[in-house]
Design a protein around this ligand. Structure first.
Ligand code: LMR
Length: 407
C-alpha cells in the first residue's frame, strides 16, 4: 500500500531506470546551476555562442510552407513522396536514378525510426540474421536495433592505441561472417569515435560485403558534416554500386538542423523491382502498426529546400560554415591540449571527422569532469567538438588535462 492507501497497481513492479547515457547528460547539464558549465554531451551542432540555430534556408522553407498549406489531412504511412525521392537522390547521387525501380523508401520518425523499421523488416524477412555493429557504436544503436528481437554482435572497429580504424581486424571479422548477416556501418562521422573509413577502405569493404553476401545497413546521420554533401557519401556509393541489397537509414536532424521535427527516411535497395514493390508494402505496414504515419513538417521542409535551387544553395553554404567551425574547433582544442602536454599526441583530435572523438578517459575522470569542473560528457568519454568555442577552449583544455593520466 502506498502512503495514500492505494495499491501499487499494474505498473507498481517497475523499477526506476538509470538515465539514458546521452540524453541523461543533457538533463544533468540543464539542472546544473554553475555559470561556467560546458556541455560536450549530446550530438547537436552548436555555434560560437553555444546555440543550435535553425538554418536560414530552413526557416525560409518553413515560412513558404505555412503560407501555402491548405490542409493538414494525413500524409500516409510512406510519408512525403517528394521528400523520399529527393533525400535518397542526395545520398545516392547519380546512382539513384538507376536504382529507382529497385528502391523502396519510407519517410521515418528521424534516423532512429529508419533504424528501427529497418531492423523490424530484417526480422520479418530473415529472423535468424544477426546484425553486426561496430565496437564501439552509438549508445542507442544496440537498444534501438536490438529491440526488434534480432541478435546483435560487435565487429572490431576502433583501435584506441592509434585512435583510428582497426581495419585489418574489422576485415578479418567480416570475412568470417555468414552470408545473409547484416553489417551496420556509419557512413561518415563515426559516432562516437570520429574515425571514418577512407575511400580505399570503403572499396575493400564493399568488395567483401558483395563477395560474402552480407547485407549492409548504412546509417547516414551526418551527411555534409565531415566535408561536404558529396565527399561524405563516397563510401556509401561504392557499396551501393556493388551489393544487390542494402538498407539505408537517413537522418535530417543534423544537416538540416531539424532535430525535434524527427525527419528521416529508410531506403531499401532490393535485387529486383518486384521485391522492392513488396518491400514498400511491408514498410508501410510496419509503420502503420507502430505509429501509423510520420509527422509532416520536417520532411516537407527538407523536400522544399532540396527542390528549390536557391534554397538548396543557401543551405549548403550554411552547412559549409558549420563544417568549417567544427574543423576549426578540433584544431584549436588539439593545439591547446598539445601546448599543455607537449609529450602527447593530440593530432587525432584534429584528424577525426564530424562532431565526435573519444577522449579515452575512464569513468572516474568523466565523473570528475562533471562533478568538479562542470564539464559534461557521456559515460563513454565522447566529446562533441561543436560544444567547444573560442571562449571556453582554454577552460576545456585545462579541465581535460587535469584528468589525463599523470605525465
Ligand atoms: C547523439 O549521438 O548524441 C545524437 O545522435 C543524439 C541522440 O539521440 O543520441
Amino acid at each position: 500500500m502506498t502512503a495514500a492507501g492505494q495499491l501499487p497497481g499494474m505498473f507498481g513492479g517497475l523499477e526506476l531506470l538509470p538515465p539514458d547515457p546521452i540524453l541523461g547528460v543533457s538533463a544533468a547539464f540543464r539542472a546544473d546551476p554553475d555559470p561556467g558549465k560546458v556541455d560536450l554531451g549530446v550530438g547537436v551542432y552548436r555555434d560560437e555562442a553555444g546555440n543550435t540555430p535553425v538554418p536560414a534556408a530552413v526557416r525560409e522553407a518553413e515560412r513558404a510552407l505555412l503560407a501555402g498549406q491548405s490542409s493538414k489531412t494525413y500524409v500516409g504511412p510512406a510519408g512525403n513522396p517528394e521528400f523520399n525521392e529527393r533525400i535518397v537522390a542526395m545520398a545516392l547521387g547519380p546512382l539513384a536514378a538507376g536504382l529507382r525501380e529497385r528502391t523502396a523508401t519510407i519517410q521515418t520518425v528521424g534516423g532512429c525510426g529508419a533504424l528501427r523499421i529497418g531492423a523490424e523488416l530484417v526480422r520479418v524477412a530473415a529472423p535468424g540474421a544477426v546484425i553486426h555493429v561496430s565496437d564501439p557504436t552509438w549508445a542507442n544503436h544496440e537498444p534501438l536495433v536490438g529491440s526488434s528481437g534480432l541478435s546483435l554482435q560487435r565487429y572490431p572497429y576502433y583501435d584506441s592505441a592509434t585512435r583510428g580504424v582497426a581495419f585489418e581486424r574489422m576485415l578479418d571479422r567480416l570475412e568470417q561472417l555468414p552470408g545473409g548477416d547484416v553489417v551496420l556501418l556509419h557512413v561518415c562521422c563515426h559516432n562516437p569515435t570520429g574515425a571514418d573509413l577512407d575511400r580505399s577502405q570503403w572499396a575493400t569493404v564493399a568488395e567483401v560485403l558483395a563477395r560474402r553476401g552480407l547485407v549492409p545497413f548504412l546509417d547516414l546521420a551526418y551527411q555534409g558534416f565531415a566535408d561536404d554533401l558529396e565527399a561524405d557519401v563516397a563510401g556509401l556509393r561504392l557499396v551501393a554500386e556493388r551489393v544487390p541489397t542494402l538498407l539505408l537509414a537517413i537522418s535530417c536532424s543534423k544537416n538540416f538542423g531539424l532535430y525535434r521535427e524527427r525527419a528521416g527516411a529508410l531506403a531499401i535497395v532490393a535485387p529486383t523491382a518486384a521485391t522492392a514493390r513488396a518491400l514498400a508494402t511491408h514498410q508501410a505496414r510496419t509503420a502503420r502498426r507502430m505509429y501509423s504515419m510520420p509527422p509532416d513538417h520536417g520532411a516537407a521542409v527538407a523536400a522544399r529546400v532540396l527542390g528549390d535551387p536557391g534554397l538548396r544553395e543557401a543551405w549548403q553554404a550554411e552547412l559549409a560554415v558549420m563544417v568549417a567551425r567544427m574543423k576549426a574547433m578540433r584544431a584549436l582544442l588539439a593545439g591547446r591540449l598539445a601546448a599543455r602536454r607537449p609529450e602527447r599526441d593530440f593530432g587525432w583530435l584534429a584528424r577525426h571527422r564530424g562532431m565526435f572523438s573519444l577522449l579515452g578517459l575512464d569513468a572516474a575522470a568523466i565523473a570528475r569532469l562533471r562533478e568538479v569542473e562542470h564539464v559534461y560528457l557521456p559515460p563513454d568519454g565522447r566529446i562533441n567538438v561543436a560544444g567547444v568555442s573560442e571562449e571556453n577552449v582554454e577552460r576545456v583544455a585545462d579541465c581535460i588535462v587535469s584528468v589525463l593520466d599523470p605525465r
